[in-house]
Ligand binder design. Structure first.
Ligand SMILES: *Cc1c(COP(=O)(O)O)cnc(C)c1O
Length: 385
């Protein structure tokens, strides 16, 4: 435990020192199964040999030049991401919150260019999570994030998810609707595809941009490269981060043709954003995941099926898609349950107010899945006795 790190996290009393595949080891040498991936980040597991080789190679060649110059990994990665998402252009930042800041600036600039001032409001959903900066907290539709840090950036309104009438009531000051395909931090709550399709239709009719926060759902997590690809709609722009670079900090946005040149020279930037090291890590991550993403749906269904078969009376339901798994559990403290899982050797997460969350590395195989689920079953059963 550090006496010097600010207490901004209620850290679990474990110090991890090593990872390999879907396993972690603490400094006492105890082994754990990783169902958290560092909150959906280490999508190719720990120390994947191809990823390590790519990062080591790039670290020895060129790590940073700033965005004043071209670099090959960044150019390659932009092209690759546009290809898998069917988008036109990419901008790189360092985190999810920063990527969402980019989306918000993009939407406001687009609307300003086209309609002038007074059309800058961004709609987001109740229960959403978009980041920890002052602006992305304003975008986040959860009241408990809106204490202490006033004044927030104005121009955000939160509407109930699934409520088309609430969207239709919005006035002509709106420039965009921003949503997560599955609300992650809010509790692993998928949006109804019919609702998203109707919302996309309304966006077209009102000329609002449809923006998707794919920071958690992106890069294969839900069984497609991006969550929107499971919903039968296409956003005008999206943000990504967490799983993109297999553990190094990288985020960014992808935009369609009409938004390609909205942000011009000097309108937006980031010193570290898209540096060659993080982009090389992301290219290796995408290479590794190309054969893995088609298996993600099956792996996730297997986990949900195994949990259903356990017939544990406290489990209300499982939610999510692919390897983004929420388990709604009644009558327990999630924090205490997750601590017990950790003590028993399973690293999990919580989400929202009622769910345990599993975001295992996408490369996980049945052997590790089964080992993790056995720990889970024993601990949840033990809660009752
Ligand atoms: C984690 C997350 C963010 C914030 O990402 P950071 O990298 O922590 O800034 C934003 N949106 C969603 C949907 C997230 O899951």
């Amino acid at each position: 435990m550090s006496d010097y790190l600010l207490p901004t996290y209620a850290r679990y009393p474990v110090t991890f020192v090593k990872g390999q595949g879907c396993r972690l080891w603490d400094k006492e040498g105890k082994e754990y199964i990783d169902f958290a991936s560092g909150i959906g980040v280490t999508s190719v597991g720990h120390a994947h040999p191809e990823w390590v080789a790519a990062v080591a190679q790039q670290a020895g060649q060129l790590t940073h030049t700033s965005n004043l110059y071209n670099t090959e990994p960044g150019e390659k990665l932009a092209a690759r991401l546009c290809e898998i998402a069917g988008m036109r252009g990419a901008y790189f930042a360092n985190s999810g919150a920063e990527a969402n800041e980019g989306l918000i600036k993009l939407a406001r600039k687009w609307s300003h260019d086209k309609y002038g001032v007074g059309r800058a409001a961004v709609l987001t959903l109740e229960g959403s999570f978009h980041g920890r900066t002052i602006t992305t907290l304003a975008a986040t539709g959860q009241e408990h994030f809106h204490k202490f840090f006033d004044p927030f950036t104005p121009g955000f309104r939160h509407v109930p998810a699934g409520d088309m009438a609430a969207l239709e009531r919005q006035g002509d000051d709106v420039c965009a609707l921003l949503l997560e395909p599955i609300q992650g931090e809010g509790g692993v709550i998928p949006l109804d595809a019919a609702y998203v399709q109707q919302a996309a239709e309304l966006c077209r009719a009102r000329d609002w941009l449809l923006l998707m926060d794919e920071v958690q759902t992106g890069i294969g997590r839900t069984g497609e490269w991006f969550g929107f690809q499971t919903l039968g709609v296409k956003p005008d722009a999206l943000s990504f981060a967490k799983g993109i670079a297999g553990g190094l900090p990288l985020g960014g946005i992808l935009v369609n043709e009409k938004l390609f040149d909205v942000l011009g020279p000097g309108d937006h930037g980031s010193t570290f954003g898209g540096n060659p090291l993080c982009c090389a890590a992301a290219l290796a991550t995408l290479d590794i995941l190309t054969s893995i993403v088609p298996q993600v749906t099956e792996k996730g269904d297997y986990i949900r099926g195994r949990i259903a078969e356990m017939n544990l009376p406290d489990i209300v339901c499982t939610r999510g898609r692919g390897l983004m798994i929420g388990i709604q559990i009644a009558g327990v403290s999630l924090r205490e349950l997750n601590t017990k899982l950790l003590e028993a050797g399973l690293v999990g997460l919580t989400a929202g107010t009622d769910a345990l969350r599993f975001l295992p590395p996408l490369i996980i195989e049945n052997e590790d899945i089964d080992a993790g689920l056995t720990i889970f079953e024993n601990i949840v059963k033990g809660e009752r006795t």
